[in-house]
Design a protein around this ligand. Structure first.
Ligand code: NAD
Length: 293
């Protein structure tokens, strides 16, 4: 009698689906497309789909200018991104990367809905920055096919992808997501689940320190200048918040405060909360800590 191998082959991702065409969804779709894995990019707004595609075209344009991208690659990559407003176009994907707003309720509803659309063996992942994977998994009938796939901004430049294993995530799911991240030219690390995972558990106390300095009256351009010019980081905390999105940062502080109430409490009167209330969302709407034209 021949025994079935204990190790089944890793599921190959040949076609992906991205939910949300914002800063991250657009970037993830581009990165998948440029590495030859076609992707269906879904949003609820046509404007967001247009922006996502424009962003991909811009990155490719710059690549051509610098001689890093062959002109023929431009059309090939753009053809690999299929924008849509409809879930039914996601029926045949091997993996979903959910990248909608950082709100547990919205994500929960979106994940539950998509599980009913994709094939039984499709993998479902979330690009959440902070929300526990086990918490999101409660919305799924089959949490074994679910894990975190956390990219960093800007996706085409940042090498790291955190692959977050929930308590129900299967080994096959982790293996397939790691393989897909590698195919995308990224460096995956597998981490355990908790709010903020690894990177944001390090970053949020840094942002809390920045917020305290502002309370003490230090001005933000000064802080950015010190962190960038003298300390040598690519950008300081105020500019980074504008790049990430003030709304996204604000949502994330709620999640982190819920997870770590004593270590990372939310500052209701802090700069991020105030900017969010004033609808200064950062680069995405032209004004945050700084103004952009
Ligand atoms: P964003 O605001 O730029 O984009 C969110 C998009 O989701 C919007 O285009 C919106 O129309 C769309 N959307 C909302 N509801 C939807 C639905 N039901 N179906 C499909 N699309 C829907 O936000 P972002 O910065 O791209 O963040 C997306 C996710 O990625 C969040 O979970 C965030 O925490 C995470 N993340 C963000 C960053 C960052 O630096 N911005 C980094 C890593 C992870």
């Amino acid at each position: 009698k021949s025994k079935k191998s204990a190790k089944s082959a890793t599921k190959e991702i040949k076609r992906a689906g991205v939910l949300g065409a914002g800063i991250m969804g657009g970037g993830i779709a581009y990165q998948s497309a440029v590495k030859g894995v076609p992707v269906v990019m879904k949003d609820i707004k046509q404007d967001a789909l247009d922006l996502g595609l424009n962003e991909a075209a811009k990155i490719l344009g710059k690549g051509v200018e610098r001689g890093k991208v062959k002109p023929a690659k431009v059309a090939e990559t753009l053809n690999n991104i299929v924008p849509t407003l409809h879930n039914n176009e996601l029926e045949n994907v091997d993996i979903i990367v959910e990248a909608v707003v950082e709100n547990p309720k919205v994500k929960g509803a979106v994940l539950a809905e998509i599980e009913g659309v994709v094939a039984k063996d499709a993998i479902i992942t979330s690009n959440t920055s902070t929300i526990s994977i086990d918490r999101l998994a409660e919305n799924l009938k089959d949490p074994s096919r679910f894990c975190g796939m956390h990219f960093f901004n800007p996706v085409h430049k940042m090498p790291l992808v955190e692959v977050i294993r929930g308590k129900h995530t299967s080994d096959e799911t982790v293996a397939a997501v790691v393989a897909y991240a590698l195919k995308m030219g990224k460096t995956p690390i597998v981490v355990n689940d908790c709010p903020g995972f690894l990177v944001n558990r390090v970053l949020f106390p840094y942002f809390a320190g920045f917020s305290k300095l502002l309370d003490d009256g230090v001005n933000f351009p000064q802080i950015d200048k010190v962190m960038e010019k003298q300390f040598g980081w690519p950008m300081g905390p105020a500019y980074l918040s504008d790049v990430v999105g003030i709304d996204t940062s604000d949502h994330a502080t709620h999640v982190m405060a819920e997870g770590f109430p004593s270590r990372m409490p939310r500052d209701e009167n802090g700069a991020i909360a105030q900017l969010a209330a004033a609808e200064r969302y950062g680069q995405k709407n032209g004004k945050g800590f700084y103004e952009y034209s």
